[in-house]
Each structure stands twice: as C-alpha cells, then as structure tokens.
Design a protein around this ligand. Structure first.
Ligand SMILES: NC(=O)c1ccc[n+]([C@@H]2O[C@H](COP(=O)([O-])OP(=O)(O)OC[C@H]3O[C@@H](n4cnc5c(N)ncnc54)[C@H](O)[C@@H]3O)[C@@H](O)[C@H]2O)c1
Ligand SMILES: *[C@@H]1O[C@H](CO)[C@@H](O)[C@H](O)[C@H]1NC(C)=O
Length: 314
C-alpha cells in the first residue's frame, strides 16, 4: 500500500494580502491545503513582496504550495476565492459611512472577478462581513451554498476557549456557537450549548459559569483590544480562513458557524452549517429560545436597513 497522501489539485486565490490575507496565506502554506496559491492586491509592490516572503515559507517548510501574484480575472478561475480586501481609512466616523469604502471595494472586486468559475467557493472576510457577503452573493450570481462569510467563526472559537479556561474543560469538548450578525449585536446561543454532548445547564452549575453575559463581553472586548493594539486580528482570522479552506478542500464536513444566505430573512448572517467540498453542504437547525431569537431579529433588522441604503447607492 502506498503511503502517499492524495492532495486534491485545488487552487486558492486571496484578494487583498494585507495583515489578514498574508496570515491566511501563511496558514494555508503551513497546512499544505492547496497546490497553487494566487495572491491579488491593488498594491502591486505589497502583493509581490508577499509572494516572495511567503515563497520563503514554502521553501523552509518544504510545503509544496506554489505562490504566485495574479489579477482578478485569474482569481475568478480558482476553486476557492478569499476576499480580505479593505481600506483602513474611513470617510465617516460610524455605521454605514465607515463601511462605504469597503462596500465599494468588495463590489468592484467581485465585478472584476466575473465571470467567476461556476463551481467556485467565495469566502468573504472583509468587514462588515454580513453586509459584504450578501452583496458578494448578489453580484457574483453564484448559488447561495457557494458564498460564505467568515462571520462569527472566530467569535465562536474565542468564546469556547474563554469558557474552557473558566470551567477547566478542553475547548474541543465544548459546543457553543456565537451566531447572528457579526459585531456588537452577535448572540451567544447558550440555550443550545453542550459540554461533552450534554446540555450545559445540566453539566455546569450556574455559579461555576458565573455570568454568561460577562463571558460574552470578555469575548468581544478581547477582539476590540487586539484591533486597538495591533490594528487587526491577523493570526486568528488567518487561521480561520485556513481552517474553512481545509474543510472545503478536504470535504471535511465539520460544523462551523459562518455567514451565509438566510432565505427567510433575505440576507446573510451566521448560523452553524456543515462545510464540505461544495461549500455549505447542509444547514444545522439551532433551536433558539425566544430571547435569543428576538436579539437576532433585531440585529438582522438593522442589517437589512443598511442593505437597503447600500442598494439605493448609500
Ligand atoms: N470577520 C472577522 O471576524 C474579521 C476578523 C479580522 C479582520 N476582518 C476583516 O478583514 C479585512 C482585512 O483586514 P486586514 O487587517 O488584513 O486589512 P489590511 O488593510 O491590512 O489589508 C487590506 C488589503 O486590501 C487591499 N486592497 C484594498 N482595495 C483593494 C482592491 N480593490 N483590490 C485588491 N486589494 C485591495 C489593500 O491594499 C490591503 O493590502 C478587513 O475588512 C477586516 O475588517 C474580519
Ligand atoms: C474595512 O477594512 C479595513 C481593513 O482594510 C478594516 O480595518 C476596517 O475596519 C473595515 N471597515 C469596517 C467598517 O468594518
């Protein structure tokens, strides 16, 4: 029997190779998720420097990933297309004003990718991620199961890790999802949380959990603190991108909370799904309680108003 591992010949493109795009590439190379990695950025000097710097990673780790610089059209022909393009310079101070730059960047990027390979998977990382995933889905005309936003994947991982530290149980034995619209209004779905497969209310005494709200706040605060100190969360998000791409490339079928099209609400936000070679293989129903449902509906209402304004041209 041969011991050679069969690697699917898969091509991945990353559009926007700043902090997150660079770290995502690094993660993909170390994990040898892909044979060909295409990097695209409108800052050509940065793009080419990332190609050279990351090629050194491939050499020193004996990863077989080949890294090249490319354009939007070439990226549109890749199997997985990751969008991490954005601008740190915000025109306005808050809300939709602050988002307008990234909105026009992602719109232009998706238009430039077209015609996208009909079986390509689009992974949107740029913020505001749910708004941009919805726009990317509309403009790419890909089937909804092929357009994914990083959404609350990282928040879910962070909450599990914080909980693990608090209760002294490994984070991979804890199942709790942060869902909804990524950002200040995201929701920790405590009503469906389990430890070792058993509902959390039956396993962990409320005292041991102290305040759940406090844990949620700590989770958000940690994200804000990283961004404040270093401008971005490149390692965490880069690792999330590598993990999502590995699930797709290797048809792993793991359950993760990611942003995707919600037909009932006509926009994208995060709920757990099964990830595989074709993107979202199936949805996972989360039986939420009334309070959690209400919180999600409120934030979805805000998202839909923003979408409406963006569609009317801001
Ligand atoms: N969902 C999450 O949890 C999460 C976490 C971290 C970061 N993010 C988002 O990821 C995005 C990237 O963050 P970052 O820290 O890497 O930012 P960054 O500013 O370091 O990188 C953005 C890159 O995009 C490039 N770019 C701009 N316009 C472009 C265009 N039209 N075409 C191609 N490239 C273009 C820039 O040159 C830059 O290199 C941000 O929008 C950020 O908010 C999301
Ligand atoms: C737009 O993208 C940049 C990264 O280039 C990020 O720093 C910024 O927070 C994003 N804007 C919004 C409103 O999320």
């Amino acid at each position: 029997m041969s011991s050679t591992t069969i690697r699917p010949r898969l091509r991945i493109a990353i559009i926007g190779v700043g902090q997150v795009g660079g770290a995502a590439a690094y993660g993909l190379i170390l994990r040898s998720v892909t044979c060909d990695l295409l990097l695209v950025d409108n800052n050509i000097a940065l793009r080419d420097s990332q190609v050279h710097d990351l090629t050194d990673v491939a050499y020193t780790t004996k990863s077989s990933t080949r890294i090249q610089g490319g354009n939007y059209h070439e990226a549109g022909q890749c199997d997985i297309i990751v969008i991490t393009a954005g601008s740190r310079h915000t025109i306005g101070q808050s809300g939709l004003d602050a988002a307008s730059r990234n909105v026009s960047i992602v719109r232009n990027v998706v238009d430039a990718l077209c015609p996208v390979r009909p079986d390509a998977i689009l992974l949107v990382v740029s913020n505001p991620v749910d708004l941009l995933t919805t726009l990317a889905l509309e403009r790419s005309r890909l089937p909804p199961e092929q357009v994914i936003g990083a959404g609350t994947f990282l928040d879910s991982a962070r909450l599990r890790a914080l909980m693990a530290g608090r209760i002294g149980i490994a984070s991979n034995s804890i199942d709790v999802y942060v869902i909804g619209v990524h950002g200040e209004s995201e929701v920790a779905a405590w009503s469906t949380a389990t430890v070792g497969g058993i509902p959390i209310d039956q396993t962990i005494s409320p005292e041991a959990m102290t305040e759940r709200a406090e844990l949620e706040e700590q989770c958000r605060q940690q994200g804000r603190a990283i961004v404040q100190a270093k401008g971005s969360t490149p390692f965490g998000m880069g690792s999330v991108v590598a993990s999502i791409c590995a699930s797709i490339a290797l048809d792993k079928r793991n359950v993760k909370a990611v942003s995707h099209w919600q037909p009932e609400y006509e926009c994208c936000f995060s709920l757990p799904v099964v990830l595989g070679r074709k993107g979202i293989v199936r949805n996972v129903e989360v039986p939420l309680n009334e309070e959690e449902k209400a919180k999600i509906e409120e934030s979805v209402g805000t998202l839909k108003k923003q979408l409406e304004l963006v569609r009317r041209g801001l």
